[in-house]
Design a protein around this ligand. Structure first.
Ligand code: HEM
Length: 398
């Protein structure tokens, strides 16, 4: 216990530089921490976030889930699967869920493998690859298009729009007006695709078809709402994975013994990917709006306030993980929060894990002792997402 008061603000420069010392203090001394400027509470312990993620009695998603919706409130709360509560959420999630189940993901795995081999060949010709821009993003956006029912040729455009949306102000780390314009363009693109599919429904059962044709409370979704539902799937499906792959490659370079173990026994890859995600979760938090007063760690949490879940803190909680700051691909934790929990648990988690497995199976045996070009890497230091926006590596093809 330290006597200095904790001064945690997700936008502060020092927090964006390295949040973990703050998270450690919060877990120990203020597990329910009041964020003065935002009328919000930050939860940092694993068990609290686990419980709150499933608690639809006290919390609602209708105030949004992202930083710019909950804290700065400069992103509108459009209808998206993660901004609606049951029963509408249950109906929508049930309708599109089958596209994201392991048996469907197995169909996507073949496409992922072909693409990864092609990207590796291109990388070998150049003797290098940007893990985020030239590998992870291309893989995740292509698979997202296939999973949602969008044309794969639109992948580069969608990557540009999603990355533009996430471009943040270097001074505050927060959302920019330009970023919001990109989100508007993404919504317009999705509205066009919904309109096309409404003119030509194809009974494919893909999420684009399901959302274009489904009814809620006796009426079809308004086209703007249908479009923003699709936008969420595009963002969720393409944005996070490349950053996770980049940090995994950084850890694989750092912990060579563990990397060599994986190359000798690729069945370790799924656990290694989960461990890398536990160790370096890029999304700093998502959250909810409080709908009913209650008490947590002696604090009164009031209806109308915001609550944020500090996932990277939960992932390093010493009450959940032994030696949490040690990178260990053999730890096999019984539960993780990297994909959230409860009714809003990540719908794309089987896809993300498949992409991680196929990428690492392709890259690790082929790259040998690759070198990371940190001088030309771009590190994101925003209040919401941290990790690499670009991670060039060099290697001598084996
Ligand atoms: C490693 C990559 C990924 C990570 C770390 C990740 C993480 C998360 C987390 C933490 C949530 C929970 C949100 C909450 O409880 O409020 C979430 C929700 C969601 N994710 Fe992912 N995600 C990843 C990849 C994907 C992919 C590939 C897709 C789609 C293809 C996807 C689609 C979604 C959707 C649709 C939701 C909202 C589910 C709902 O509200 O019912 N995610 N994700």
């Amino acid at each position: 216990m330290s006597s200095t008061p904790i001064d945690y603000d997700p936008f502060a420069e020092a927090v964006r530089e390295d949040p973990h010392p703050y998270y450690r203090r919060l877990r120990a001394d203020a597990p329910a921490y009041y964020l003065e400027g935002y009328d919000a509470w930050a939860l940092s312990q694993f068990q609290d976030i686990w419980n709150a993620s499933s608690d639809t009695e006290h919390y609602t998603n209708t105030g949004g889930a992202a930083s710019a919706q909950l804290l700065t409130k400069d992103q509108p709360v459009d209808p998206m699967i993660n901004t609606i509560d049951p029963p509408e959420h249950t109906l929508l999630r049930t309708a599109i869920r089958r596209n994201f189940l392991p048996r469907n993901v197995a169909h996507l795995e073949g496409e992922a493998r072909k693409l990864c081999s092609r990207l590796l060949e291109e990388a070998k010709e150049r003797g290098g690859v940007d893990i985020v821009r030239e590998f992870g993003s291309r893989l995740s956006v292509t698979i997202a298009c296939l999973a949602i029912g969008l044309p794969v040729e639109d992948g580069p455009l969608l990557t540009k729009l999603v990355q533009g949306f996430f471009s943040h102000d270097p001074d505050t780390g927060g959302m920019t007006a330009e970023g919001m314009q990109y989100l508007g363009e993404l919504n317009t693109y999705c509205a066009d695709k919904i309109a096309e599919r409404r003119r030509n429904p194809n009974d494919s059962g893909d999420p684009l078809d399901t959302i274009a044709t489904m009814h809620y409370e006796g009426a079809p979704y308004a086209s703007a709402a249908a479009a923003t539902h699709i936008s969420m799937l595009v963002v969720g499906g393409s944005e996070t994975f490349p950053k996770v792959l980049a940090s995994t490659m950084v850890r694989m370079a750092e912990y060579r013994d563990q990397r060599n173990e994986i190359i000798a026994d690729p069945s370790l890859i799924p656990d290694a990917f989960d461990e890398a995600l536990r160790f370096d979760m890029p999304t700093q938090y998502l959250g909810r709006t409080v709908k009913k007063d209650h008490t947590l760690h002696g604090q009164t949490i009031r209806a109308g306030q915001t609550i944020i879940f500090l996932y990277p803190s939960a992932n390093r909680d010493e009450n959940e993980f032994a030696n949490p700051d040690t990178f260990d691909i053999h730890r096999k934790p019984p539960r993780l929060l990297s994909f959230g929990a409860g009714v809003h648990q990540c719908l794309g988690r089987h896809i993300a894990r498949m992409e991680g497995k196929v990428s690492l199976e392709t890259l690790l045996p082929a790259l040998g002792d690759y070198e990371i070009d940190f001088d030309n890497a771009v590190r994101l230091r925003t209040e919401f997402v941290q990790g690499y926006g670009s991670l060039p590596i060099h290697f001598t093809p084996l």
